[in-house]
Design a protein around this ligand. Structure first.
Ligand SMILES: Nc1nc2c(c(=O)[nH]1)N[C@H]1C(S)=C(S)[C@@H](COP(=O)(O)OP(=O)(O)OC[C@H]3O[C@@H](n4cnc5c(=O)[nH]c(N)nc54)[C@H](O)[C@@H]3O)O[C@H]1N2
Ligand SMILES: Nc1nc2c(c(=O)[nH]1)N[C@H]1C(S)=C(S)[C@@H](COP(=O)(O)OP(=O)(O)OC[C@H]3O[C@@H](n4cnc5c(=O)[nH]c(N)nc54)[C@H](O)[C@@H]3O)O[C@H]1N2
Ligand code: SF4
Ligand SMILES: [Mo]
Length: 678
């Protein structure tokens, strides 16, 4: 049989790289590159190149599994569907719809997320969320408030048109590796690169100006830059008066944020703050790229607003090479949010609190009623489970037992549920706590759309069959919903996309027929619309078309170093692993390169602690302790330590203090102590 090349989208990060899966005799035998893809031009990072390794892994879930004592019993799909229907409808009858919680999956397609959202809402539950809560919730709040839209404003290749690229709190060289090629291209034509990060990361190696700030001090830095720009008259006055409101308040608020004061708070030399501010303001096209380094804080929303303020006072929006780019994380976290898998939104960001929204969907979905108001967020559901208020949870493609902060609390809460069903491709730490585990198809074994960080909606094709009895999430959700009495008659992903076309305005013209190439960029309201790669070129979707400049003042992180816990632990990622690691720890070529949990400690702290390279150390916070191998490095400054969260253990330590508005936990700042283990 000849080799067939099936176009697909990488299942790891939100860069949305395309490639072909070579299929021979119904098996995926290799990857072929896709040079015509606009974002990656054929190149893939280590994870993309290894994507097929998980498909035939021996650990893939192959049958529905029911908890039996300490172990598992394989059951049929019929029995599994009976059990889930009995348990969910039992909880509904006994405790009402608020006792049900749903986590949708930013690894699943738009169509799947749409159906999970629709099922949760039609069952009367408001409690639906996805891992965006742990990720870009502050962007949703902060950018909607300031710019009227939370999406990344410009496409990835447009980075090459920038003359100043300011990267704050993103280690994109490891987390969105294909973006580096566009940044190098911009540098080749003279762009200045500024990186603000507490660690000298791979990304920082690209920087002309490196701002090594103390964790959690970004608002001070951004206000300091705004102060310099205003004081030196480098603002874009015309832009400010035409397109914004609130400038005067900002000018007043940052007057005292002098570089000298900011230097004290952030630890960055005052001269570097001035240099960075000037470089950003005077370039003809500047872009800010940011991600978890500024969102995962108790001040996450403030950080995002401070970024938007900077862009607005300099008029660096709505033009090629100029914008604000929140780099989304998971392959489909943008889409999961677009589809309304968030506690405060219905599909298309219609606000759950707005009575018009419920009216609209009652008519669109033919429902008799829908509960109004915002539901519980991901972590609030965990807290509610711990308190016995949430009785049953349906978790699709997420691993909160490892990815939420304060793991012991999360695990206790999940164990406290009367019923937990987990739908995944592997037996995760969360699945280990479930009553029922459902085997899902991986991305290559199903079809549907994914929306990348640049809002590019791409169709991914089915290349191979799932292992044994595993099924596409879409099929599983439809079967469950039908058993629960809902009319979910969708034969395939295309039929769901057709409904999305009708109900999600941004996706109005993104039809199956138009998605045969490398996708369309939303907003794309109708069939004749070409898509919108650059946002805000004609003003903002806010009153009078103007953006809002909203001043924010520096507040320290919730935890600071103390006598008992003298170090600041910050957590994040390395190139070869992905999130809680259920996929990459099973990928032979990746696990070989980073086999175990480690902690980066500065050489001077290590000397004081009498810790040598490779020693086992114990890191402790008030939440618990974890052992890890010490790596001595000059990438972090004295007093700061770094751990990736790809191995179980890191989140035992992290703090669950959240941003008051976006409710994201402060993964980036936990006070800790460290001792060598003898
Ligand atoms: N290889 C790999 N790629 C991934 C993922 C993965 O797990 N592995 N996950 C995907 C997902 S879900 C996401 S959300 C993205 C995340 O992508 P990134 O946000 O780039 O990843 P992180 O490593 O979490 O954090 C970025 C940087 O923030 C810095 N930082 C920590 N504290 C602060 C601070 O207070 N201020 C500033 N300015 N910086 C700080 C860290 O040192 C780190 O270098 O990556 C996506 N891509
Ligand atoms: N300490 C610390 N913790 C963090 C972060 C941090 O920076 N530091 N970052 C946070 C961030 S940004 C994020 S996004 C979260 C991520 O949190 P999670 O989303 O919980 O993490 P993942 O490990 O990506 O889990 C995705 C799961 O989906 C499964 N899966 C893959 N494909 C499919 C599919 O097609 N169908 C189904 N049903 N399942 C599938 C995978 O096997 C995996 O178990 O972690 C957060 N936690
Ligand atoms: S950059 Fe992201 S989308 Fe591209 S190959 Fe790597 S993990 Fe996949
Ligand atoms: Mo994320």
């Amino acid at each position: 049989m000849p080799k067939v090349l099936v176009p697909t989208v990488c299942p790891y990060c939100a860069a949305g790289c395309g490639f072909y899966i070579a299929v021979e005799k119904e098996r995926a035998t290799g990857i072929e590159y896709m040079p015509e893809h606009p974002a990656n031009e054929g190149s893939l990072c280590s994870k993309g190149n290894a994507a097929l390794e998980i498909l035939y892994h021996q650990d893939r879930l192959r049958h529905p599994l029911k908890r039996k004592g300490d172990g598992w019993a394989g059951i049929s799909w019929e029995e599994a569907l009976d059990l889930i229907t009995r348990s969910l409808s039992g909880a509904l009858k006994k405790h009402g719809p608020d006792s049900l919680g749903f986590l949708a999956s930013s690894k699943c397609t738009n169509e799947e997320n749409y159906l999970i959202e629709k099922m949760a809402r039609l069952l009367g539950s408001r409690n639906i969320d996805n891992c965006a809560r742990l990720c870009h919730a502050p962007s949703v709040v902060g950018l909607n408030r300031t710019l009227g839209a939370a999406g990344m404003t410009n496409p990835i290749p447009d980075l090459a048109n920038s003359k100043c690229i300011f990267i704050i709190g993103s280690n994109l060289a490891e987390t969105h590796p294909v973006l580096s090629r566009w940044i190098h291209r911009a540098k080749d034509s003279g762009a200045v690169v500024i990186v603000a990060d507490p660690r000298l990361t791979h990304t920082a190696w690209m920087a002309d100006i490196f701002l090594q700030l103390r964790p959690g001090t970004d608002v001070a830095l951004l206000n300091g830059m705004a102060q310099v720009i205003i004081r030196e008259g480098l603002t874009d006055r015309e832009y400010i008066s035409k397109w914004t409101r609130g400038y005067g308040d900002l000018a007043k608020a940052v007057r005292e944020c002098t570089p000298e004061k900011v230097a004290e708070i952030t630890g960055i030399p005052a001269g570097d703050i001035v240099r960075a501010a000037r470089a950003y303001a005077i370039s003809p096209a500047s872009v800010v790229l940011y991600s978890m380094g500024i969102t995962q804080h108790s001040t996450g929303t403030d950080n995002v607003q401070a970024v938007a303020n900077l862009a607005l006072i300099c008029g660096h929006l709505g033009k090629p090479g100029s914008g604000v780019m929140p780099l989304r994380g998971q392959n489909n976290v943008q889409g999961a949010c677009d589809m309304g898998a968030l506690a405060e939104f219905y599909p298309g960001y219609r606000k759950a609190e707005d009575p018009e929204t419920a009216k609209f969907f009652i008519s669109a979905w033919g429902a008799s009623s829908l509960s109004a108001g915002r539901g519980l967020t991901a972590m609030e559901m965990i807290d509610a489970a711990a308190k016995g208020k949430i009785k049953a949870m349906y978790i699709v493609g997420e691993d909160p037992a490892n990815s939420d902060p304060k793991s012991h609390h999360t695990r206790d809460a999940l164990e406290n549920l009367e019923f937990l069903v987990v739908q995944d491709i592997f037996m995760t730490a969360t699945a280990q706590l479930a009553d029922l585990v459902l085997p899902a198809s991986a991305w290559a074994e199903k079809e549907g759309t994914y929306t990348s960080t640049e809002r590019r909606v791409q169709w991914s094709n089915k290349a191979i069959e799932p292992p044994e009895e595993a099924k596409p999430d879409l099929e599983i959700v439809c079967s469950v919903a039908r058993r629960l009495g809902l009319e979910f008659d969708y034969p395939d992903a295309a039929s769901v996309l057709a409904e999305i076309n009708r109900l999600v305005p941004q996706y109005g013209g993104i039809t199956r027929e138009r998605l045969n190439g490398t996708g369309l960029v939303w907003p794309c309201p109708n069939q004749d619309h070409p898509g919108t790669p650059i946002l805000h070129s004609q003003g903002f979707k806010l009153a009078e078309g103007r953006a809002s400049i909203v001043p924010v003042m520096f507040r320290p992180a919730a935890e600071e170093a103390s006598w008992e816990y003298p170090f600041i632990l910050t957590t994040g990622r390395v190139t070869v692993h992905h999130n809680a690691g259920s996929m990459t720890r099973r990928s032979p070529s990746l696990i070989e390169r980073e086999p175990d949990i480690f902690v980066e400690i500065s050489t001077s702290d290590a000397a004081r602690l009498k810790v040598a390279e490779g020693d086992e150390v114990v890191i402790a916070t008030p939440r618990g302790e974890t052992a890890a191998t010490a790596r001595l490095t000059d990438r972090v400054k004295r007093g700061v330590v770094f751990m990736p969260f790809h191995f179980p253990g890191t989140n035992i330590l992290t703090s669950d203090v959240t941003d008051p508005e976006a409710r994201i936990p402060e993964f980036k700042v936990s006070a800790c102590k460290i001792a060598r283990r003898y």
